[in-house]
Structures are given as C-alpha cells and as structure tokens.
Write a protein that binds this ligand. Structure first.
Ligand code: DGL
Length: 282
C-alpha cells in the first residue's frame, strides 16, 4: 500500500500548482494526476454537475489503486469534498480546510479575504469553515473569474493583469484584511502580481501548499508514507488536448510536464456504469 500512488484531480491544468508542492514535500511518493481539460471550467457550473464530475474524476483515479485522494480543484473541494469523503474508502483531502486553518493561524486583525471562482465563493465553503472554527473572524469573499483565463494565457504580470487584480481586490482591501486566501488553483501563479497590489501587510495563503502539508501529515499518521523510492513517478492524464497541457503546464508546475496521456473519458464512463452515481441520490 505504501508504494501506491496518491491520486490528484483538478478541472484542468491548475491543479499542477498543488502537484508542485506535493512533489517538493513528498519526494518519495508516486503521484497520478487527472486534469479534466475536456470539461473545464468547473467554476461556472452548478453544484449538481460539479458533484457528478468529482465522482467521475475520483473513479478514474481509483483505477490506479491510489492510497489517498487530493482534490486539487478549489471548486470541486468547495462543493464535493464531503460527498467524496463519504463515498470513498481511502483518505481524501480537499484544499479548503487546509487553507482555512492556515488563514486562521495567520490573521491578527480577524479579517480574512478569500478569492476564487464564482462557484467557490458562491458555495460559501470558505466562509462556513472559517466561521465554524473561528466565529470572531470576518470573511470577505470575492469571485475573480477573469484572472483564470489571464493565467492560462500567460498574462501573469503587466498592466492589464494588475488592473484586473486591483479591481477585484479593492473592496477586500477597503475592509482591512490582513490575510488573503488564494482560493483557486490558478492564483498562486499570480502571487507576485497580487502581492504588488495588496502590499506587504496582507499575507497570501496558498491553499494548495497547505493541502500538500496536510496530505503529508495524514500519510504519516496512517503509516502510509513511502519511505523508500529511488524513482518516484508522476503520471499525468487529461481528458482533452494533452499537448496544450504539456505546453502550459510548465507555468503551473515550475518545470516541464512530460507526456500527459489523453484518456477517452466518455468510453471510461460508459464502462464503469451507473453505480458510481449512487452517492448523489443519498
Ligand atoms: N481549478 C479551478 C479552481 O481551483 C479553477 C478552474 C475552473 O473553473 O475549473 O477552482
């Protein structure tokens, strides 16, 4: 079991920002990543559809006998983490709770900002978790949908990007936040540009990095860590256009993505049948 891979999924390419930290913090682990590039974005879809996609993505990864699942996508974590925790018999972590814990540790003024997709902010997942853990904290959410295509197009600095960031962050900064959760896989790529707008008094929380830390902790606690591995592997699978994933992936992973494989996801779904959808009806 210890040598089995950790499964990671995202709506597309952004989850590579989480893989980056998993590779750094868990250098002995084998990883298998699925990016649902055929159906991205998730952030503009309904909760019902996001839950269905999350079940399907997890089912795909389970074919690799994964020992743990990391939901790298903030949107899928916001909407479907409880569903996946209930329906899978392996440990599951999303990125929301790890981000929340780090933000609560960070804030001194008890004012936390959260940025993410429309679905993530609309779900109030960060709000709810922060309030449960620290009722005294005020939470200010802001959907930032335009930042996602900017990152995918490689506009990670420059006037247009800074203008968009300033536009989105102004209301949060007016509320004197001292901590900002980067609640979307793409936003760590913009850390420098975001920091140039917020200034040094706001601490940025990378939910993906926090999720990698929690993954390490869970594996240690369950005695599932892979202590010995001379040739750790990371396999990448996507549901469409692997060439683009390889090309754009470097920006997210910080090094080249090698040879993502294309999965015929429709054929896979036909094969597995209706059983995986049962948790949706409970
Ligand atoms: N991966 C998504 C997230 O972190 C961003 C892209 C999308 O909307 O699917 O929320």
């Amino acid at each position: 079991m210890r040598g089995n891979p950790i499964g990671i999924f995202d709506s597309g390419i952004g989850g590579l920002t989480v893989v980056k930290h998993l590779q750094r913090l868990l250098p002995n682990e084998n990883l298998v990543y699925f990016g649902d590039t055929a159906r991205v974005p998730y952030g503009t879809r309904s909760d019902k559809l996001i839950k269905q996609y999350a079940l399907e993505d997890a089912a795909f990864l389970q074919q690799f006998d994964i020992k743990m699942l990391v939901i790298a996508c903030n949107t899928a974590s916001a909407v479907a983490v409880d569903l996946l925790k209930k329906s899978l018999d392996i440990p599951v972590t999303g990125v929301i709770i790890p981000g929340v814990e780090a933000a609560i540790r960070s804030t001194k003024t008890n004012k936390i900002g959260v940025i993410g997709t429309s679905a993530t902010i609309g779900s109030r997942a960060y709000h709810t978790r922060i309030k449960q853990r620290a009722p005294q904290v005020r939470v200010f959410g802001q959907p930032c949908p335009l930042l996602i295509p900017l990152v995918e197009e490689g506009w990670i600095e420059g006037e247009v990007t800074r203008l968009a960031i300033r536009h989105y962050l102004s209301p949060l900064l007016e509320n004197d936040i001292d901590t900002l959760i980067l609640g979307c896989t793409h936003f760590p790529v913009l850390s420098e540009a975001i920091a140039s707008v917020t200034g040094p008094s706001v601490r940025l929380i990378d939910s993906g990095e926090e999720a990698a830390l929690i993954t390490r902790k869970i594996l240690q606690e369950l005695d599932l860590s892979n202590a010995d591995n001379n040739s750790p592997q990371t396999q990448f699978y996507v549901s469409d256009i692997p060439q683009k994933f390889d090309e754009v992936g470097t920006r997210f992973l910080g090094k080249p993505v090698v040879n993502a494989g294309r999965v015929d996801f429709d054929a896979f779904l036909m094969e597995i049948g209706e059983k995986i959808y049962e948790p949706l009806n409970k």
